[in-house]
Design a protein around this ligand. Structure first.
Ligand code: ADP
Length: 275
């Protein structure tokens, strides 16, 4: 389109003097838009052929007992890799949607049922790994925002905590409010992250330890999604971590996004232990 984008940088010198530099960033914005469109189109176009391939792999896997063992192993690999590609495409499309779609009016999102269902999903995910997943809600408020986006961001943080915490470890989810607003903290006693990685974790495809993360099978896009969701929901992400001790990822929302917040003493949602 024919919109012109200008960026103003103002620098103050001493008391009176100011220097204003105006940059024409129209071309930069156009290139950025082309990149977004390209990623969205490619992801969309890849979905259909991949669904067909996965369908055939599944059909062949269903008769794998009639195939030579070597074929069974190859099919298992193909199935794993197509699942990985599907996850990548799903995350890329989600990121594109977050970057390009206009926002509607935010809705009041009830926090308690949302977090309870995410905790239940996490317990199901950790079923065989025996994590102790604990949820506490200090103020069962409503948050002005977009329910699907918030679910996706919170789930990403919780599933990461399970992924990067050894079997039987502890994952604590807590929602609390104070004068600064509302907080959703996901604390684990897992692998932790070296300090020098922290500023880059929300970049697309950035992974703190690629060799270790290969085994966990993530896409490297989860925290980029979290960052974009929080931007759209007027929130911010705070990360603390200690290698070997664990990590804490906290989403912070300003008080203006909170409805019906009446903090009370640690109400704890009963924990259903993974059997
Ligand atoms: P991935 O799909 O690799 O998990 P994310 O964007 O969700 O991608 O996370 C980026 C990187 O941050 C991960 O690869 C991992 O190195 C690190 N990370 C995220 N969450 C945790 C956590 N709870 N504990 C340790 N490392 C984490």
């Amino acid at each position: 389109n024919s919109r012109i984008h200008l960026q103003f940088n103002i620098t103050q010198f001493g008391r009176k003097d100011r220097l204003m530099v105006v940059h024409d960033i129209t071309r930069l914005k156009q290139l950025e838009q082309m990149r977004k469109d390209f990623v969205a189109n490619v992801s969309h176009e890849l979905r259909t052929p991949l669904t067909v391939v996965s369908g055939y792999v599944e059909t062949m896997a269903s008769v794998s007992d009639q195939l030579p063992p070597r074929w069974g192993r190859m099919l298992a690999q193909m199935s794993e890799q197509s699942a990985r590609m599907e996850a990548l495409i799903k995350d890329l499309l989600m990121l594109s949607r977050l970057e390009t779609t206009q926002q509607e009016q935010p809705q009041a999102v009830a926090i308690e049922p949302l977090l309870a269902s995410i905790a239940a999903d996490a317990r199901a995910l950790s079923h065989e790994r025996g994590h102790n997943i604990h949820l506490s809600i200090d103020c069962p408020a409503q948050l002005l925002g977009y329910a699907d986006e918030l679910r996706s961001a919170f789930s990403n943080l919780v599933f990461n905590a399970v992924k990067y915490t050894p079997d039987g470890g502890r994952v604590e989810l807590s929602w609390y409010c104070n004068d600064d607003g509302a907080f959703f903290a996901v604390r684990d006693n897992g692998t932790g992250i070296e300090a020098h990685h922290l500023p880059r974790l929300t970049e697309r495809f950035y992974r703190a330890d690629p060799s270790r993360n290969k085994a966990t099978g993530g896409t490297g896009l989860g925290l980029a999604i979290v960052k974009h969701v929080l931007l759209r929901n007027n929130g911010e992400l705070l990360i603390e971590s200690e290698p070997g001790e664990g990590s804490c990822f906290t989403c912070h929302f300003g008080p203006e996004r909170l409805l019906g917040c009446q903090p009370h003493e640690h109400e704890t949602v009963p924990q259903e232990q993974a059997s």
